[in-house]
Ligand binder design. Structure first.
Ligand code: NAD
Ligand code: IPM
Ligand code: MN
Length: 357
C-alpha cells in the first residue's frame, strides 16, 4: 500500500528516538512491499526557535494531509520560562485539537521477560494488561485560564469543563474497546468533590447501561485509583478518565512494565489522521547522550500501522521483534537495573535485524 506519514521529532530525545522508529518503518515497507513516504516537520521548542510558533501552519497542513502522524516529544528547560509568551507544549495541545483527537489510548502491559525492571514486586505486576483511554481535547487543559491582580500579588485560574457530548464519545470508544478485550470498564473521576466529575458519572452510567449492558462496569475515585494501580493492577482492563487524571495515572502506570520509555500511545478522533507518540516527554536530563529507550516510539509506530493504515500483520511483526530483542536480554539503561546496557541506536538496530530475520 501507499501511505504518507508525517514525522514530528520535536525536542530533547525526540529526534534520537524518532530516527529509530523511522528506520523500522522503512524496513517494514521494504519487507512487506509497501511505499511509505515519510516527511519531517517542526513542532515544539525547535519550531519556536525557527519561526516563533510551536505549531507552524505548514506542519498542521502536512499533518492534515497525512495518513498518520508520529511524534517524538516536545519541551525542555530552554523554553520553560513561566513568563514566555508561548511554550512548546502549546503546539502539542493545538495539534491534538486541530486533528480532533479526543481519545488517547495508552496500553500498559507488562512483559514477562522484563518483570524485574519494575520497581514493584513481581507477584503484583506480572500479567498486568490495562488499556487507559484518556480524554484528550477537553477538560482543564482547554478551559478558560487567566491571571489577575490580587492583594497578595496575583491570582490565576484554569477552568475544567466537559459537555455531555464530549463525555459520551470517549465513554463509547472505551466501552467498545472493553467489549473487544476482557469486558471490564472502569471510569475514574473525583465525583465526591467536582461537579464536572458528577456529570461524567451520570453520562457514563447512562451510556454503559443503555448501550453496553454486557460490560462489567465500575467507578473509582482518582485518589483511590492511584493506590489500586500499584497494589492490584491486574484487576483492571479498560480504564477511562478525563484529560488531567489520565495524564497523571499513566505516568504512574508506566512503573508497572518498568519505564516510561516502553509505553506507546495512539490519539484518535472520529475520522482523519491519528497521532502516535510515546507517553514520555523530551527527557532533557538524558537528551543528546544516545541512551534514551526508543522502544516506546517504535511501539507507537506499530500502533500507527495498525490503527491508521490497517496493517495489523506489520504491527504484529514490530511488536514481536521488540519482544524477541527483550527476551534475548538486551536493555537500554532505563530498564537495565544498573546492569549492562546499550544505547538508542544499538537498540534500534537490534529490532531492525530481528525484523529482517
Ligand atoms: P519526561 O517524560 O521527559 O522524563 C521523565 C523521566 O523519565 C526522566 O528522568 C527521563 O530521563 C526518563 N525518560 C523519559 N523517556 C525516556 C526514554 N525514552 N528512555 C529513558 N528514559 C526516559 O518528563 P519531564 O522530565 O517531566 O518533562 C520534560 C519535558 O518534556 C517537559 O518540557 C515536558 O513538558 C515535556 N513533555 C512532553 C511530552 C510530549 O511531548 N508528549 C510528554 C511529557 C512531557
Ligand atoms: C503527555 C504530556 C503532555 C500532556 C504535555 C507535554 C502537554 O505530558 O502527552 O502526557 O500533558 O498531555
Ligand atoms: Mn504526560
Amino acid at each position: 500500500m501507499q501511505a504518507g506519514f508525517v514525522l514530528l521529532p520535536g525536542d530533547g530525545i525526540g529526534p534520537e528516538i524518532t530516527a529509530q522508529a523511522r528506520r523500522i518503518l522503512e524496513v517494514v515497507a521494504d519487507r512487506f512491499g509497501h511505499q511509505f513516504e515519510i516527511s519531517e516537520h517542526l513542532i515544539g521548542g525547535c519550531a519556536i526557535d525557527s519561526c516563533g510558533d510551536p505549531l507552524p501552519t505548514e506542519t498542521v497542513a502536512a499533518c492534515k494531509q497525512s495518513t498518520a502522524v508520529l511524534l517524538g516529544a516536545v519541551g525542555g528547560p530552554k523554553w520553560d520560562d513561566p513568563r514566555a509568551k508561548t511554550r512548546p507544549e502549546a503546539g502539542l495541545l493545538r495539534i491534538r485539537r486541530e486533528l480532533g483527537l479526543f481519545a488517547n489510548l495508552r496500553p500498559t502491559k507488562t512483559w514477562d521477560e522484563l518483570v524485574d525492571a519494575s520497581p514493584l514486586k513481581r507477584e503484583i505486576v506480572q500479567g498486568t494488561d490495562i488499556l487507559f483511554v484518556r480524554e484528550l481535547t477537553g477538560g482543564i487543559y482547554f478551559g478558560e485560564s487567566g491571571r489577575k491582580e490580587h492583594e497578595s500579588g496575583e491570582e490565576a485560574w484554569n477552568v475544567m469543563n466537559y459537555s455531555t457530548g464530549e463525555i459520551e464519545r470517549v465513554i463509547r470508544l472505551a466501552a467498545e474497546a472493553a467489549q473487544g478485550r476482557r469486558g471490564r470498564l472502569t471510569m475514574v473521576d473525583k465525583a465526591n468533590v467536582l461537579e464536572v466529575s458528577r456529570l461524567w458519572r451520570e453520562v457514563s452510567e447512562r451510556v454503559v447501561k443503555e448501550e453496553f449492558p454486557d460490560l462489567q462496569y465500575n467507578v473509582v475515585l482518582v485518589d483511590a485509583m492511584a493506590m489500586h494501580l500499584i497494589s492490584r493492577p491486574r484487576d483492571f482492563d479498560v480504564v477511562v478518565t478525563a484529560n488531567l487524571f489520565g495524564d497523571i495515572l499513566t505516568d504512574e502506570a508506566s512503573m508497572l512494565p518498568g519505564s516510561l520509555g516502553l509505553l506507546p500511545s495512539a490519539s484518535i478522533g472520529s475520522s482523519g489522521p491519528g497521532l502516535f507518540e510515546p507517553i514520555h516527554g523530551s527527557a532533557p536530563d538524558i537528551a543528546g547522550r544516545g541512551i534514551a529507550n526508543p522502544l516506546a516510539t517504535i511501539l507507537a509506530a506499530a500502533m500507527m500501522l495498525r490503527y491508521s493504515a490497517g496493517l495489523a500483520e506489520e504491527a504484529d511483526a514490530i511488536e514481536q521483534a521488540v519482544s524477541d530483542v527483550l527476551s534475548r536480554g538486551h536493555r537500554t539503561a532505563d530498564i537495565a537495573g544498573g546492569g549492562e546496557s546499550i544505547g538508542t541506536e544499538a537498540m534500534g538496530s537490534l529490532v531492525l535485524e530481528q525484523l529482517q530475520s
